[in-house]
Ligand binder design. Sequence first.
Ligand SMILES: Nc1ncnc2c1ncn2[C@@H]1O[C@H](COP(=O)(O)OP(=O)(O)OP(=O)(O)O)[C@@H](O)[C@H]1O
Ligand code: SF4
Ligand SMILES: [Mg+2]
Length: 336
Amino acid sequence: MIEARNLVKTFPARGGLLAQKAVQAVKGVSFVIPDGGAVAFIGESGCGKTTIGRILSGFETYDSGEIYYNGEDLSALPPRTRQERLRKVQLIQQDPYAALNPARTIYQSLAAPLSWEAKRRHKEKGWIERRAREVLELVGLNPDVVLGKYPHMLSGGQRQRIVIARALTVEPDVLVADEAISMIDVSLRLGILTLLQTLRRDYGIALLFITHDIAAARYIGHDGRMYVIYQGEIVEEASTDELIRSPVHPYSQALLSAVPVLRGLERPGQDRYIPLGEFSVTETSGCRFAPRCRFAHDLCQKEKPPLIPWEQEDHRHACHFPTPRRVVAEPLEGHS
Ligand SMILES: Nc1ncnc2c1ncn2[C@@H]1O[C@H](COP(=O)(O)OP(=O)(O)OP(=O)(O)O)[C@@H](O)[C@H]1O
Ligand code: SF4
Ligand SMILES: [Mg+2]
């Protein structure tokens, strides 16, 4: 299990041609990824989703907060040991082509992490190829067909399967899928989602699914938990089903309003459509969402809403005026 408490990450200011002010990308975020669980982070571009995923998989440092991994506080460990623990959290990125070395065959790409494993676990010669074949089979690829190929000889869906196979070489506890299907041909996306679901079900690998696409997040983890992130903060969290059925934060409602309705099978929820105005970074002592919120009152400009429970302890929101609204599509009679 991973538990993050109050994670904060600031990217320092940069000068020169690509000058940028300091950006606090993550502003005190807390969440839990249970063993074998499915957790989704949803939110617009720039809200800090990737940064959190990269922190968890050891690619990024953090300024403050704690990460407990199976009860051990990683913040207290030396960076090298922390890195080692976090090898069990594997990141699957958006672009499988960029994630693979174009000059290496698939066998070479898999053999690199496997030789590290072989050395660590004192495995005999021959183990590396056996294990490479095994992980390829796990992700639904024929080793005889793909082992000798280069990434450009494969489809986007096959490449993403290779990236997942490579992640499996270390027998991970958690896969962080960061927009892992967004660059793949639409016809191949369902296959990758189903694969991730199977890995979770059959091998107990937890999934952190980072996405703009709420429909995909729902598919992957309807029994999991969803965190809605706005400008580096969690604004609503609940079980995935509860959050989709009855969101109470206007930002979650706006995101859910954008989920397409299947004509002939569904009708729009009765409170749809909650619009999302133009995005702008908001520095305020009040609610960051206020400039875009059609339900804002004076209080919202002045006071920051804390993240507090709504009816049940495990459904939490950060809004002064939480109101359940039915925004997501509902099945038509006879199609539920
Ligand atoms: N290496 C970096 N250096 C400076 N700023 C960064 C860096 N990485 C991210 N940021 C900034 O941190 C904020 C959060 O970025 P992040 O990539 O985590 O967002 P995201 O939610 O994953 O967005 P997207 O949906 O577009 O992938 C953004 O303002 C981004 O510009
Ligand atoms: S606190 Fe106010 S501005 Fe913020 S989301 Fe709630 S109603 Fe809107
Ligand atoms: Mg991202």
